[in-house]
Ligand binder design. Structure first.
Ligand SMILES: C[S@@+](CC[C@H](N)C(=O)[O-])C[C@H]1O[C@@H](n2cnc3c(N)ncnc32)[C@H](O)[C@@H]1O
Length: 264
């Protein structure tokens, strides 16, 4: 396997895998609509994690197949049992273990922020797509998170979280680079879009969304503290602020995912 991988900031603890599963429950439906899969398409998910999204994608291609490629044995070990038309294989996104021109649709989600060389990964996604095939991604730019009332203690830790991700070889702000990455990989008809996360105290998504952000902070806590980027008190303060936000009746949170699609 390649040595180009960055360290995965969130890790693969059971609590983190539960956070990822909850994030899937929140974000899968609009992402599957974005993919616009046709029933017989051959599909690849790069960095398929627990296989939750790939399994739902498989239900949209009853006459086709979904392959998920994932480098972490811990994630593959905890992955859901794939449906009959899906499979999960181990491999590195920088060197996809498939011949050129293999898939109608190649996508990744919440992965480019974690890889050492996202340009190479998008290039690999293009390589394994068939001519005329689609490449789609949805990624993060964590600086977009906003709350009302403001959460300055969280904001401080969140800024250090982006620094930690850079130290680990990733890019927590990668969402803003998608157009350049797609153009650099030689994709055609590149289009950008966003998927909003707009939540408020009375909306059903508010508590799950803020809980997800608390989980994010917890997933990076050990490394943040060990590297001296924040103190345990800073972490406690950030989490307390978000917990307080969840008890209010007048709070709101805004974010958006960055998306890109292109054609080979
Ligand atoms: C945040 S999870 C997202 C999983 C899934 N795409 C989803 O949307 O639920 C990111 C996944 O990418 C995997 N990953 C990170 N770098 C990778 C690489 N170079 N090759 C393959 N998988 C990678 C991680 O192990 C992790 O399972």
């Amino acid at each position: 396997m390649s040595d180009r991988r960055a360290s995965y900031i969130h890790g693969t603890e059971a609590s983190e895998q539960e956070r990822l599963a909850a994030l899937n429950r929140m974000t899968n439906a609009p992402f599957l609509d974005f993919l616009g899969l046709a029933p017989t398409e051959e599909v690849l998910e790069v960095g398929s994690g627990l296989g939750l999204l790939a399994s739902e994608a498989a239900a949209r291609v009853p006459g086709g197949r979904v392959t998920g490629v994932e480098y972490s044995g811990a994630q593959l070990g905890a992955a859901v049992e794939p449906p009959a038309n899906a499979r999960f294989v181990q491999g590195d996104a920088h060197n996809l273990p498939f011949p050129a021109d293999s898939f109608d649709v190649v996508y990744c989600r919440y992965v480019l922020e974690h890889v050492a060389d996202p340009g190479r990964v998008v290039g690999e996604m293009r390589r394994v797509a068939r001519p005329g095939g689609r490449v789609l991604v949805q990624e993060n730019n964590i600086e977009i998170n906003r709350f009302d009332p403001p959460c300055p203690a969280f904001d401080r830790v969140w800024g250090r979280f982006a620094e930690l991700q850079a130290m680990l070889g990733g890019d927590a702000l990668i969402g803003r680079r998608l157009y350049r990455l797609f153009k650099g990989a030689g994709l055609r008809r590149v289009e950008l879009s966003v998927q909003p996360e707009v939540h408020w105290s009375a909306s059903p998504g508010f508590v799950p969304w803020v809980t997800n952000l608390i989980g994010n902070v917890r997933s990076g806590e050990k490394a943040l503290v060990e590297r001296g980027l924040v103190s345990r008190d800073d972490i406690r303060g950030a989490i307390a602020e978000l917990q307080d936000l969840m008890t209010r009746e007048d709070a709101s949170a805004i974010f958006y995912w960055n998306r890109a699609r292109g054609v080979k």
